[in-house]
Design a protein around this ligand. Structure first.
Ligand code: GLY
Length: 557
């Protein structure tokens, strides 16, 4: 089978090839390496680490720190994330999600009338959780790294100290964001810090370089204790925030067992809570298998989009009710992904009419900026890493003297039951604010295996749309036999119960499909989400791609 025939031909043939798949060949040994990264600096740095003999985890750690310098809208040391690892045949999940500070409480974003205070969890000093990224990288290094920590940190230190040439797209984003902060009178050091970040000019970050040097020389203590912790705590206190030195000192990254499930002949290795994404993509993929017609569906046809939107309603109703930090709330992972439950949950789906939004309740009765990268090394190890400060440029607060942006991840908690967060997600008790608790995430780094060999590494930014991007990337590859380039660049769509009957979709869906969806009763909200970076193992040959809309770079070597 020619695996690289055009997508239009593939769509025309999609019904015939449903029983075949891009991965139906026997899994073959990986002898190449590949990176699919959000920008050229991280791609170059990760490649260099792999060429020095480092493994995928080493390369991922270097990339994480480089992105903190060159991709300030999402790369970070002031945020958190998840790193899914398949190494030496074993899975691991490094949870470095931010936590609520000790002084946080359930109603901290409500006013005296119990109404959510607009923007308090989104902009400024009150929006941040305790950062987890440095502890996450340190834990990944201790458990899985092979090169020296200092070697892994040096590329980021050099880029911060000597500067990097600012890509025009980034310069434009920074200018827009400065205007937004100024218009709302909420600029906390962002405008000053990025004042000299100009398109095509070198931008140096000496404060960040000093912070990174402390991390390079002292490990995670270089961030959570000593000078850096002093600077952070003092700055936050001066501006009226609540994160203090004890919060920093007590932050712990965790190694968790990834969720694994069999689907369509593959082993899906994916993200456990506090990610909502692993459970959600399994629900989505399994309900799709249960409810698709035996003749299959044409990719991005009206029926295909409608079926997946109907499934999305049910997935997001469950997400709102049952998902939260597993250290604080018992998440019924097995019940939610059980096939009998999913049969019952999806049996009332009609392929032609929309189920009313109000009738979809949680089924059991007994989250737009983030960044993702995928790396495979020539030993066959893989890393899918999604990291975030939540919205582009996080809280907008740059820690003076330390040179990094603080996240606005507190908005991923449910500030009040039933009230939407910035991504339109609702939640209740499972995701209410409690001290030290991790806020629910949609980040879904995922690895597909066959015979324990890596076949696909995927993940995406995009708040709650992450979940749709990830399961659609898997369907694109497995069900529709697409190349990595086609997987990341074909239009995607997303439905999450609320807003009612709204499908968010990339531009590029067929006009007739859009017209039919509108006739059925959907409203289309056309916008871009995600910036995917995917690697596929195609019978031993790696195929890597970064979505064209971003600044991403991928390579196989
Ligand atoms: N901040 C986006 C997410 O974690 O879902």
């Amino acid at each position: 089978m020619n695996l690289f025939i055009s997508r239009s031909k593939l769509i025309a043939k999609s019904i015939l090839i449903l029983q075949l798949s891009v991965f139906s060949v026997t899994a073959e040994q990986i002898t190449q390496s590949a990176v699919a990264m959000p920008d050229a600096f991280s791609a170059q740095a990760a490649k260099s680490i792999l060429e020095q003999g480092g493994n995928a985890v080493d390369a991922a750690i270097t990339a994480q720190f480089v992105l903190a310098v060159t991709l300030p809208e999402a790369g970070n040391i002031g945020g958190g994330g998840f790193m899914l690892i398949h190494k030496d045949g074993q899975g691991d999940f490094i949870d470095y999600r931010e936590t609520a500070p000790n002084a946080a409480h359930r109603d901290m974003y409500l006013d005296e009338q119990d109404e959510v205070i607009a923007n308090k969890s989104i902009y400024g000093i009150h929006a941040s959780g305790v950062p987890g990224s440095v502890a996450g990288m340190w834990l990944a290094h201790k458990k899985h790294g092979t090169l020296a920590w200092k070697t892994l940190l040096q590329p980021a230190v050099t880029l911060a100290e000597q500067g990097f040439v600012v890509p025009p797209k980034l310069a434009q984003q920074i200018t827009q964001y400065i205007t937004e902060l100024k218009n709302n009178d909420i600029d906390v050091n962002f405008g000053d810090y990025f004042a000299t970040a100009t398109a095509n000019k070198v931008f140096k970050q000496p404060q960040l370089a000093t912070t990174l040097k402390r991390i390079r020389d002292e490990g995670q203590d270089g961030f959570y204790k000593g000078e850096t912790a002093n600077i952070i705590a003092k700055f936050i206190h001066q501006h009226g925030g609540i994160i203090n030195q004890d919060d920093l000192k007590n932050y712990t990254a965790k190694s968790r067992t990834p969720i694994t499930a069999n689907w369509n002949g593959y082993q899906v290795l994916t993200s456990p809570p506090p990610s909502s994404g692993g459970i959600a993509i399994l629900q989505w993929l399994k309900m799709y298998e249960l409810q698709k017609p035996s003749t299959g569906l044409v990719h991005n046809s009206t029926q295909y989009i409608h079926l997946l939107a109907e499934i999305g309603k049910r997935v997001f109703a469950d997400r709102a009710e049952y998902l939260g930090d597993p250290d604080f709330y018992t998440v019924p992972v097995n019940a939610l992904t059980n096939i009998d439950y999913l049969k019952k949950r999806s049996n009332d789906i009609s392929l032609t009419t929309i189920t009313s939004t109000e009738s979809i309740n949680p089924g059991l009765h007994e989250s737009e900026q983030t960044t993702h990268f995928s790396i495979v090394d020539k030993m066959g190890n893989a890393v899918a890493n999604t990291t975030t400060i939540n919205l582009p440029f996080g809280s907008g607060v740059v820690v003076e003297g330390a040179g990094f942006i603080l996240n606005n991840e507190m908005d991923d908690f449910s500030a009040k039951p039933g009230v939407m967060n910035v991504f339109g997600a609702i939640g209740g008790k499972a995701n209410e604010i409690q001290p030290h608790k991790r806020m629910l995430s949609s980040m879904t780094p995922t690895i597909l295996l066959k015979n324990n060999t890596v076949k696909m590494v995927t993940g995406s930014p995009g708040g709650t749309t992450i979940i749709s991007s990830v399961y659609e990337s898997i369907l694109n590859a497995v069900e529709f036999n697409m190349s990595a380039d086609e997987v990341v660049n074909s239009p995607r769509f997303h439905h999450q119960l609320w807003p009612k009957n709204v499908i968010r979709a990339h531009s590029g869906l067929e006009s007739s499909v859009k017209a039919q969806l509108i006739k059925m009763g959907y409203t289309l909200d056309e916008r871009h989400f995600g910036d995917m970076h995917v690697i596929i193992n195609n019978a031993g040959k790696l195929d890597a791609a970064s979505e064209k809309t971003g600044r991403g770079v991928s390579s196989v070597f």
